[in-house]
Design a protein around this ligand. Sequence first.
Ligand SMILES: O=C(O)CCC(=O)N[C@@H](CCC(=O)O)C(=O)O
Ligand SMILES: [Zn+2]
Length: 330
Amino acid sequence: MNSFLAETLAGRTAIALPYCQANGTHVQVLDEGVIRFEPRDPDGRELDLVVSCGVHGNETAPVELVDRLIAKLLCGELRPKARVLFVIGNIEALRRGIRYVDEDMNRQFCRVPDVGDGPEARRAAMLEMQLARFFAQAGGEPVQRVHYDLHTAIHGSLIEKFAIHPQPAPGKDFDRTEIARLGLAGVSAVLLQSAAAPTFSLFSSRYCQASAFTIELGRAMPFGQNQQVDLSQLEAYLCGLIEGEQPAPMEESVVAYRVAREIVKQTEAFRLTIDGETDNFTPLAQGMTIAEDGETRWVIDEQDARIVFPNPNVAVGQRAGLIVVPATPD
Ligand SMILES: O=C(O)CCC(=O)N[C@@H](CCC(=O)O)C(=O)O
Ligand SMILES: [Zn+2]
């Protein structure tokens, strides 16, 4: 049998009623690239978990990882104790091996009622509905809700695996326990967002009350060329969660940075004055100019600043980089 990913990319999705595997696991394909697994007795579970990947079509290592997890569940090697929803995000972009077809899908979330009519905007709205339904359907006592949106980065990085934790809703705080747990998955840093970017993880955090993270897992490569990206620790961690483990967080294992400023491209004149290939987390000296856009200059006034996601080739109005600084513990 072909893998779930291969069938999905070939356009052979069979959306169907749920069925029950020999080991009691309930399985349902809910849409193209969206599949749910539930234990025989979901009331005893401790976790509802969403793992998404391929929101950017050129970031394939996490998609291969998700496909392996789905295969293990489909053949019965993994028996879920948690409810799990897997999402393969931008299928058409994955087919073409490009970041997006029309617009960056990871800027199309939380847009109700102004949903656009491009393919990414429509897909994002459908995925929001799937997540909202997945979390709302949970019966029994309320359980922990977690969403990991898995990505890889355009550039190299001085910290290979890091997470972005969306800005919490007013009155809420960052989830320190789930941040510390990420250390068990091989993630060594977290960026605490200070503004609401319309990403998939912001959606599940704000609208589904999930502990949500975008996770960067190395460098973006085409399918079959991800040998340099070692996801074994993350894979083992996710298998454990799916099988009902509630691992103790690794205190102090994840270094926290705060997003001090977002560099937003204002016009087509925008340009970086640092090398566009600069690695993520490269330190920036105080006083240096890192970008300009007509009369506007981005000068580093923060201490211990570092650059993350430098990219002058984004659309006007989008983020062209983040300036981050060490987060002081409260
Ligand atoms: O490497 C890059 O420049 C971009 C990598 C990437 O896709 N990052 C995500 C982060 C999303 C977030 O801030 O939560 C993105 O830009 O969508
Ligand atoms: Zn991405």
